[in-house]
Design a protein around this ligand. Structure first.
Ligand code: UT7
Length: 344
């Protein structure tokens, strides 16, 4: 290769070649939302808020809440839909990775419960990843690495959260923001140009107090300190600013790594925390609104579930086609953040 062709290949490694590389192909997507709808007007009767405030500040109109379904029940339903879309049977799955911070129990993992619910072969590997709203991309990255190394062939990656269990329903600054749900993808090992091109995950534990939920375990009789309330706490305004800055940087990182320019991106599927955050990111990238998937008007912030739910909806609406370049970006408690590029 000479001259401009060589320069192109050096600048755009992911868009050229790599025909023989083992990759994780996204073979199917699925999602599940609990039936109960909680509207902004319903919340007006619970706390001092208004539909107008919530919609203007966040873009949310309503969200779903689980009445009695656990994270593993919701996750299993989403996974079932993803398996169906991929044309695979639970017996084909050799790895289950679940991003969640609202597991059914402290242990076993939600992934083990989902393995059992779906009838996935005993002996397959199953584990949870705790990265709050970045949980799905963290789980995706872990599963991708097992597949690329040849340790797994077909993986289920699930993002699920049931924040209705950890929300203080008397705190208007947080209870209007979140919803419950689950999303899943099936990853299949395949040689070629399609699939996950790269994923980057990051964290900064120094700033955990921006967004956290203490655990709900009983205080031990030996504990010296006062028990803390189990509810989620967030410094909303400061988190907002960090989220915009950090997600912008995470996008730039994977785009640069893959030699991508904004016009190469067919579809951005961002974490659905706040429409104003998503708009700021979209404007920075100069993407047209039709290239950005948003659904937080209907579901609010579903934490680890938000990206796979949005992806599944976009796929089912026919918005994503073969060879499209899809960009994912997330930000959450930890603090954690992550980004990924996929060729469909
Ligand atoms: O998913 C993980 C990452 N999470 C995020 O990225 C979320 C980031 N943060 C946000 O989305 C926004 O900061 C919020 C939507 C949480 C808040 O919006 P804001 O524009 O940052 O508002 P604020 O926190 O600065 O509050 C503005 C005012 C305050 O009143 P004063 O002090 O100005 O009188 C709040 O008390 O709005 C008040 N307020 C409310 N009013 C009506 C706060 N919550 C509500 C409410 N209804 N639900």
């Amino acid at each position: 290769m000479k001259g401009s062709a060589a320069r192109m290949a050096a600048r755009r490694p992911a868009l050229m070649g790599h025909e023989h590389m083992l990759r994780s192909r996204l073979a199917g997507t699925g999602s599940y939302l609990p039936e109960k709808v909680l509207t902004n007007h319903d919340l007006e009767r619970m706390v001092d808020t208004s539909d107008a405030w919530i919609f203007a500040r966040t873009g949310i109109r309503e969200r779903r809440v689980s009445v009695d379904e656990t994270s593993s029940e919701m996750g299993a339903k989403a996974a079932k839909n993803a398996l169906k879309a991929a044309g695979l049977h639970p017996r084909d799955i050799d790895l289950v990775v679940v991003g969640t911070v609202t597991p059914d129990m402290a242990f076993p993992s939600t992934a083990c419960f989902i393995q059992s619910r779906l009838g996935i072969r005993p002996g397959a590997a199953a584990f949870d990843v705790s990265a709050a709203c970045s949980g799905f991309l963290y789980a995706l990255d872990a599963a991708d690495k097992y597949i690329r190394s040849g340790s797994a062939h077909n993986a289920l990656v699930i993002g699920v959260d049931r924040f209705s269990k950890i929300i203080d329903w008397k705190d208007r600054s947080t209870c209007v923001l979140f919803g419950d749900g689950a999303g899943a993808v099936v990853l299949k090992a395949e040689k070629g140009r399609h699939g996950i091109l790269s994923t980057r995950i990051h964290s900064d534990g120094r700033r955990w107090e921006m967004l956290y939920a203490p655990n709900t375990c009983q205080p031990s009789p030996f504990e010296a300190s006062e028990p803390v309330l189990p509810y989620l706490r967030m410094q909303g305004n400061e988190t907002f600013k960090i989220a915009v800055r950090t997600m912008g940087g995470a996008i730039a990182e994977v785009m640069e790594e893959n030699g991508l320019k904004p016009e190469d991106i067919t579809c951005l599927v961002p974490h659905q925390a706040n429409l104003r955050i998503i708009e700021a990111i979209r404007e920075r990238l100069k993407l047209s609104p039709d290239k950005v998937v948003t659904n937080l008007e209907k579901y609010g912030n579903t934490s680890a579930a938000s990206i796979p739910i949005a992806l599944d909806e976009a796929v089912r609406e026919g918005r994503i086609k073969a060879n499209d370049i899809i960009l994912f970006v997330a930000f959450g408690g930890g603090l954690t953040w992550a980004s990924s590029v996929v060729r469909w």
